[in-house]
Design a binder for this molecule. Structure first.
Ligand SMILES: Nc1ncnc2c1ncn2[C@@H]1O[C@H](COP(=O)(O)OP(=O)(O)OP(=O)(O)O)[C@@H](O)[C@H]1O
Ligand SMILES: [Mg+2]
Length: 276
């Protein structure tokens, strides 16, 4: 596919990808969920992972997150093969995953959620002042606007909750953040808020894997888009130079539609002109 050439051009210099998957395969009983899948993520780029229902996106993310290790293939971290057989192994490398169900506690406030499981204590007592200070600092460096860090999560909007969940994933100082459908349940305004945050993650030099069904989101925020179809790679495209229709054709596997016909015509024309 012509798109793979632009990959090298769109990513900074010749630095090794932070994370690379090579030849990942995974089977569930009779279902071959992934076959020989490759994916590369560099520092400071947003890669959208798209594909139809059942294409293997979640399965692929689980292999990276150490939740469902692959049967076959290699995961490379900063150029070296690594074993990611448990969630803890992924976190230690610097891979953070924000799942769709968010796993926030409604009854806790923003500070409580941000520091859940990594509370700061001094002499055996929770240091609420320090956690609150760090919460404010984190949210403000990400330009996340929330009425107060002391209000319960339940009283935030869906977009605000999503941004808190993403902020929380950054406390472990990851290099790669995986976002599974972060805008799926959100309205226009809230989606914009989350996409803004994704841009800020990129500015901070993080690599972002964004799973999405929404082509407008993909076009708005991703640098590259990797398409999975029936558990296999079906192209990696540079978002700037690829139309929404081309991406959708790769997702559905449509080989005969208006876009491919036009492309075939113009290529045919170019060939004829080349022969003149
Ligand atoms: N735990 C499992 N046991 C058996 N089959 C599974 C399991 N998890 C996933 N599969 C199968 O693997 C294939 C890929 O599923 P996966 O959930 O990765 O797709 P997806 O791209 O995330 O789809 P969606 O967009 O619907 O979330 C599907 O055929 C699915 O039925
Ligand atoms: Mg899924």
């Amino acid at each position: 596919m012509s798109a793979s050439k632009s990959t090298a051009e769109s990513t900074a210099g010749s630095a090794a990808p932070v994370l690379a998957l090579r030849g990942i395969s995974k089977r569930f009983g009779a279902v071959q969920a992934l076959t020989d899948v490759d994916l590369e993520i560099h520092a400071g780029e947003v890669v959208a992972l798209v594909g139809d229902n059942g294409a293997g996106k979640s399965t692929l993310v689980k292999t990276i997150a150490g939740v469902g290790p692959a049967d076959d293939g290699v995961i490379e971290w900063e150029g070296k093969p690594v074993t990611v057989d448990r969630p803890h192994a992924a976190q230690e490398l610097g891979i953070a995953t924000v799942y769709q169900d968010l796993a926030l506690c409604d009854n806790l406030d923003v500070v409580g959620n941000l520091f859940l499981g990594r509370e700061i204590a001094r002499a055996g007592v929770l240091d609420e002042v320090e956690m609150e200070r760090r919460s404010r600092e984190l949210l403000s460096t990400l330009s996340i606007r929330i009425p107060s860090v002391r209000i319960p999560i339940a009283s935030l909007s869906g977009g605000q909750r999503q941004t808190v969940a993403i902020a929380r994933s950054l406390l472990g100082e990851p290099k790669i953040v995986i976002l599974d459908e972060p805008t799926a349940a959100l309205g226009v305004e809230q989606t914009a808020q989350v996409l803004d945050l994704v841009e800020r993650l990129r500015e901070r030099g993080l690599g972002v894997i964004l799973i999405s069904h929404n082509m407008a989101d993909v076009k708005a925020v991703a640098d590259r888009v990797a398409v999975l179809r029936l558990g296999r790679n079906n192209g990696v495209f540079d978002v700037r130079t690829t139309s929404q229709e081309e991406i959708i054709s790769a997702i559905t596997g449509a080989t005969d539609n208006a876009v491919t016909r036009r492309k075939a015509r113009s290529e045919g024309q170019a060939r004829t002109e080349g022969q003149k």
